[in-house]
Design a protein around this ligand. Structure first.
Ligand code: AMP
Length: 204
């Protein structure tokens, strides 16, 4: 399997990881996992994972590596073909654990979406998410998901205060993770400004 068949998507909140990652995964026939969507579903279902993760998501903090790493590695190991992870890894220990779990030479490539803070803030206050398939939509669109007919609603963690903490977590934890990939020449930084189609054209 080529390294392009194992991708991790990194970027600040509202940089478009979900929209772009899902589309790229669909086009390349890769399995797709959004750890954020998985956690929000667990919260909604009030599962054991949801109960563990809720205090962190409510404060806009990252869920501890001890919870995230085994969960994602289990998913990765269950995949027969290529995959794309949206929102994982978010810390250097997560990136190291993912590399260590894969056979030599099969470590993933990273795609990093870069978007300035003012634009992130604008996006976070104007987006909705489908309660069923977790696709993102703009607030002015109808309240039904165009892809699956599910109900569109604001994300529980998209408040303005929460956004500040998530951006701070991003700077503290994800930026060193990006450096980890850059140091090994495994990262591609992509300009995330513009329409979804414009950004996708730069990616693919
Ligand atoms: P996202 O949908 O990717 O923006 O993720 C939403 C929230 O889920 C984040 O702000 C974190 O609280 C949590 N989360 C998602 N992925 C991870 C991860 N890899 N490590 C820790 N927390 C995560």
């Amino acid at each position: 399997m080529s390294p392009a068949s194992r991708l991790v998507f990194l970027g600040p909140p509202a940089s478009g990881k979900g929209t772009q990652g899902r589309r790229l995964a669909d086009d390349r026939g890769l399995s797709y996992l959004s750890t954020g969507a998985l956690l929000r579903r667990a919260l909604r279902d009030d599962s054991d994972l949801g109960k563990q993760a809720r205090p962190f998501l409510d404060r806009g903090e990252y869920v501890p590596d001890e919870i995230m790493v085994p969960m994602v590695l289990e998913w990765v190991k269950a995949q027969d073909g290529g995959w794309l992870l949206d929102g994982f890894p978010r810390t250097v220990p997560q990136a190291e654990a993912l590399d260590a779990a894969l056979p030599e030479g099969e470590q993933p490539q990273a795609i990093v979406l870069h978007v300035p803070d003012e634009e992130l803030h604008r996006r976070v206050t104007s987006r909705l998410e489908c309660s069923l398939c977790h696709r993102v939509a703009k607030k002015e669109e109808k309240d039904i998901c165009p892809a699956c007919g599910g109900e569109l609603e604001p994300r529980a963690d998209d408040s303005v205060e929460n956004f500040g903490s998530r951006l701070a977590e991003y700077r503290k934890l994800v930026v060193p993770t990006i450096t980890y990939y850059c140091d090994q020449w495994r990262a591609r930084i992509v300009n995330g400004l513009g329409s979804p189609d414009e950004v996708y054209a730069r990616l693919s």
